[in-house]
Design a protein around this ligand. Structure first.
Ligand SMILES: [Zn+2]
Length: 222
């Protein structure tokens, strides 16, 4: 596990090999595991996954979520930005020139309690960075009715998913961003709300995908 105390004393330490000098060395960055093929969450038309939720990717998501270390954001979003960019380019060839103007990027909101506690929503930060890279509009479209996080729930409870509502009518293609997909219930709830609010097409975009049982529960919480 990454040692925050070490970082404060000696500067950035790579979480993969503990070499010093940058938060992630080139070798560990390149060796991050690719995601396995993933079933599409219900109501999501396409799912774009950056990396497998393991090793340095797991550490990077934890550092953003639990320590607000925004230096990890660009690396976390890189592969999913590339996949989205390719998919949008392919789609814009078959649609009118104004197609990209009608694409909205939003995020699956965390609970109000977590947002209050941390002072930010990690999914919003990732969505903002993705929107900036793709030069697309970012819009807050979703809210949470429940106050209970998915992290730490049993698989059965996770499948029920959070209660998500759309804040405005929407149309066209909406890309909904989250940090990690596990059972897909959060993205499903978000997509259902967006569909009910008028979205034609919903794509999910996540920095990482975890396979249930291959990790020892959620990343550490502090
Ligand atoms: Zn390293």
């Amino acid at each position: 596990m990454f040692d925050l105390a070490l970082t404060r004393v000696f500067g950035a330490v790579c979480p993969g090999c503990r070499s010093r000098g940058s938060w992630l060395c080139v070798s560990c960055a390149q060796s991050a595991a690719q995601p396995q093929p993933c079933p599409r969450p219900r109501s999501v038309d396409r799912l774009f996954v950056g990396r497998a939720y393991a090793g340095v990717t797991r550490e990077a998501t934890a550092r953003l979520k639990y320590h607000n270390e925004r230096v990890v954001i660009d690396w976390l979003i890189d592969p999913v930005v590339l996949k989205l960019s390719n998919a949008l380019a392919a789609r814009s060839q078959t649609f009118s020139r104004g197609f990209l103007d009608a694409v909205t990027i939003t995020w699956a909101p965390t609970t109000r309690a977590h947002r209050r506690l941390r002072g930010f929503d990690q999914a919003e930060l990732l969505a903002a960075a993705i929107a900036r890279e793709l030069k697309l509009g970012l819009s807050r479209e979703l809210g949470r009715l429940d106050n209970s996080p998915q992290t730490g729930k049993s698989r059965g409870l996770r499948r029920v998913g959070p209660q998500v509502l759309a804040l405005h009518p929407v149309e066209g293609l909406v890309i909904v961003v989250d940090d990690v997909v596990t059972t897909g219930s959060t993205l499903s709830a978000a997509a259902s709300a967006l569909r009910d609010a008028g979205a034609d097409t919903i794509w999910g975009a996540v920095a990482a995908r975890t396979e249930w049982g291959k990790t020892r529960g959620p990343a550490r919480q502090m």
